[in-house]
Design a protein around this ligand. Structure first.
Ligand SMILES: Cc1ncc(COP(=O)(O)O)c(C=O)c1O
Ligand SMILES: [Zn+2]
Length: 695
């Protein structure tokens, strides 16, 4: 820690807290909005002279950073990017000087590298090995790179609109990429839920100390570089304008803080004005500012510039509003079309190729020059915030992303159930199972049945030796292995796994056609392996159910371990039917009909919400659904099932007391297998339909 880092202030209640980088919330008011404070008087005695001779990275400003020095194994020399004159624009708009802070020069080509460097080093120092981040793309790539260097596992939540090149880039760095079909604000929400449920650290973004502290180095560099370029007296200089494309606002918040510190220390003689530029399709700050509002109303983003898609800026807005009001800056919006024109103009006239999000700032600059918001002679600095490289699709294939669908048919469910279900499915998707079997047909059967139940990630090996190699590279959550295999058999594989501390904890399920001797059975038991006898489709289905249960994914607790699949057990695997019906009489009738027949296992639910939960938990073979239900009606249940690529396969019989119109019947028929009206309910017909569906 820097010795000058003296305290943390809570931005919400003003409480003064100890300088602890691991602090996530203010203990007094619970706010996550924390801000680092330093011994400015002491630093002012040394700056700027001590800085001049130091390394060209953001670490030259270590006194005013929470970490005194970079972690050598993690740093990539981040920061100290060029400040370059934009001569062509100066001529074009008859204004000078215009400078570009070229943040494309960061290790992953955006200004988020600063934030990632500092945040990841802070995680590393706190001994944190896993982190969750929601991002519109560039912070994701930056964190992925720095996490790779630090050996930290990154769970990166991106909206499905983020270009696949950016997702691939992050995946290339080894991040677990989760693609969320929803807005960025929903993506942040789902990431936070995921982090909380899994007990993984969630990056605090603009709220937390590392982010703003990293971004303020932009201000320090600009002041130092402008001093060198525009003055002869060795002093630093603030620009008159700092212009940036803004989404969540961490950049301008940090930069404003940096200039404020320099001003407070007497190192610059004025504060710059902020030019906050947003994409018109997602401009909650601009709208609120124009309306004179102290809080911004969230918007649903309608812009092609996905990087700038923060619809709800939260507490960033009032802080930036204050900054703009205090010094005469602007907030303004730019239409996408104007942005793309500016992007082409900038590249062709100046040689700066930037991404659309960055071009928003340049389009803003052009507009401000044209309408004379920028006065003659004012010194302008634009943040050239990013330009990412693209990872070729053939490098990673199409398996680099987990697809999390929050919305159904373009409409977001926004319910807790939708979110629960989505996170549950994600949990399945990130669970890895290794299948070890020399018989490809057996592997295929297990894989197919696994995928029918759950969306687990499945890798395969054809013998023990191959399996060991895979396990050492990327330990799976569970191994299913055959016993008799060439090269290395299942016993040796188990023994090797159990001997090594890194792999001893991995649960192993043995699935073998071999009849076990007493000794073999005891040996396997001593290894804590569950043993299943391979038994065709039904036996394998039981195995798969057990595996899902062992992994803790929402199967009834009674699935018992250490079970050999015998003929009787197989026979007991009756198809499961979930009945969702609020009327107890009707429910009992349906249950009795199904059970009297002797071939079904029945699960009851009394309202739509419970019904949906039962379907997720039990993955039934059939659903009997009433339409008029408390909590959540039958149509909503149907819609939720339709939105899930696995659940939509489950046949549904709708039983309704309501007289249905032909149109309603038609509509239902497109989603369901059968519609029965209670008035005309016929037991024979009901059983006939059920048997027909379940074959
Ligand atoms: C290239 C680029 N420009 C601008 C922004 C907006 O930055 P801020 O988070 O400071 O609002 C981002 C944010 O991701 C970005 O990646
Ligand atoms: Zn507080």
């Amino acid at each position: 820690m820097s010795v000058y880092f003296t305290q943390i202030a809570c931005l919400q209640c003003g409480q003064s807290l100890p300088p602890d980088l691991n602090l996530l919330r203010c203990p007094a008011c619970g706010s996550p909005w924390l801000d680092a404070r330093y011994d400015y008087a002491a630093v002012a005695q040394q700056w700027p002279s001590v800085v001049a001779s130091r390394d060209r990275s953001l670490w030259r400003y270590a006194e005013l950073l929470p970490l005194a020095a970079p972690v050598e194994t993690i740093t990539m020399g981040e920061g100290y990017t060029s400040l370059t004159r934009l001569y062509a624009y100066e001529t074009l708009y008859n204004h000078q000087p215009i400078f570009v802070k070229d943040e494309r020069q960061g290790p992953t080509s955006s200004f988020k590298d600063r934030q990632a460097a500092l945040a990841v080093m802070a995680l590393h120092q706190a001994g944190i090995h896993e982190c969750v981040l929601a991002s519109t793309g560039n912070a994701g790539a930056a964190y992925a790179a720095y996490c790779a260097r630090a050996g930290i596992k990154l769970w990166l939540f991106l909206t499905s609109l983020v270009p696949s090149e950016k997702m691939r880039e992050a995946a290339l760095y080894g991040a677990e990429v989760v693609k969320v079909s929803g807005t960025y604000d929903e993506t942040k929400h789902v990431a936070a839920e995921f982090a909380q449920r899994k007990g993984i650290h969630l990056d605090g973004g603009a709220k937390a100390v590392p982010g703003k502290e990293a971004m303020k180095t932009l201000a320090f560099e600009i002041a130092e570089q402008l001093g060198l370029k525009l003055r002869q007296d060795g002093r630093w200089q603030a620009p008159d304008w700092y212009i940036q494309a803004v989404s969540g606002g961490i950049g301008p918040l940090g930069v404003w803080k940096g200039f404020s510190e320099l001003h407070q220390m007497g190192l610059i003689d004025h504060m710059p004005k902020l030019g906050i530029i947003q994409a018109a399709g997602c401009a909650p700050m601009v709208q609120a500012f124009a309306a004179g509002k102290e809080q911004a109303d969230p918007v649903i983003p309608r812009t092609l510039i996905t990087v700038l898609a923060t619809g709800d800026p939260g507490y960033s807005y009032p802080q930036l509003r204050q900054a703009v009001l205090s010094n005469g800056g602007v907030m303004r919006a730019i239409e996408d079309g104007a942005t793309f024109e500016a992007m082409r103009r900038l590249a062709s006239k100046t040689g700066f190729s930037v991404e659309p999000a960055t071009a928003v700032a340049f389009a803003g600059l052009e507009a401000m020059l044209q309408d004379k918001t920028i006065q003659p002679g004012e010194v302008v600095v634009v943040n050239c915030s990013g330009h990412t490289f693209t990872a070729e699709s053939h490098i990673l294939g199409d398996q680099y992303v987990h697809d999390l669908q929050l919305s159904v048919n373009g409409k977001s469910p926004r319910t807790q159930d939708g979110l629960d279900a989505a996170i549950r499915i994600l949990d399945e998707q990130v669970t890895t199972i290794l299948l070890v079997d020399d018989n490809p047909a057996d592997r295929r059967l297990v894989k197919r049945l696994l995928h029918r139940y759950k969306q687990y990630r499945v890798s395969e090996a054809s013998n023990g030796a191959e399996a060991l190699k895979i396990i050492r590279e990327e330990p799976p959550d569970l191994v299913i292995t055959d016993l008799t295999m060439p090269e290395m058999d299942g016993f040796t594989l188990l023994e090797t796994l159990k001997q090594h501390p890194g792999t001893a904890h991995i649960p192993v399920v043995v699935a073998s056609a071999k009849t076990l001797s007493e000794t073999d059975a005891r040996l396997l038991e001593s290894y804590d392996a569950s043993v299943w006898t391979k038994g065709g489709e039904t036996g394998t289905r039981q195995l798969v159910e057990y595996v899902a249960g062992a992994l803790g994914h929402f199967l009834p607790k009674e699935s018992s371990p250490h079970k050999t699949v015998t003929a009787e057990v197989i026979a007991a695997a009756k198809p499961r039917v979930v009945i969702i019906e609020d009327n107890p009489l009707e429910r009992r009738l349906a249950r009795r009909l199904l059970e009297s027949d002797g071939s079904f296992q029945v699960i009851e639910a009394v309202d739509g919400r419970e019904g949906l939960k039962a379907i997720f938990e039990h993955r039934p073979d059939l659903v009997i659904l009433d339409l008029m239900l408390p909590e959540m009606d039958g149509l909503t249940v149907l819609q939720a099932l339709q939105g899930d690529e696995y659940l939509r396969e489950i046949p549904v019989i709708v039983v309704s007391a309501k007289e249905l119109t032909q149109a309603e019947r038609d509509q239902l028929r497109s989603h369901t297998h059968s519609v029965m009206e209670k008035g005309a309910f016929d037991r024979e017909e009901f059983l006939y339909v059920v048997h027909n569906i379940l074959g």
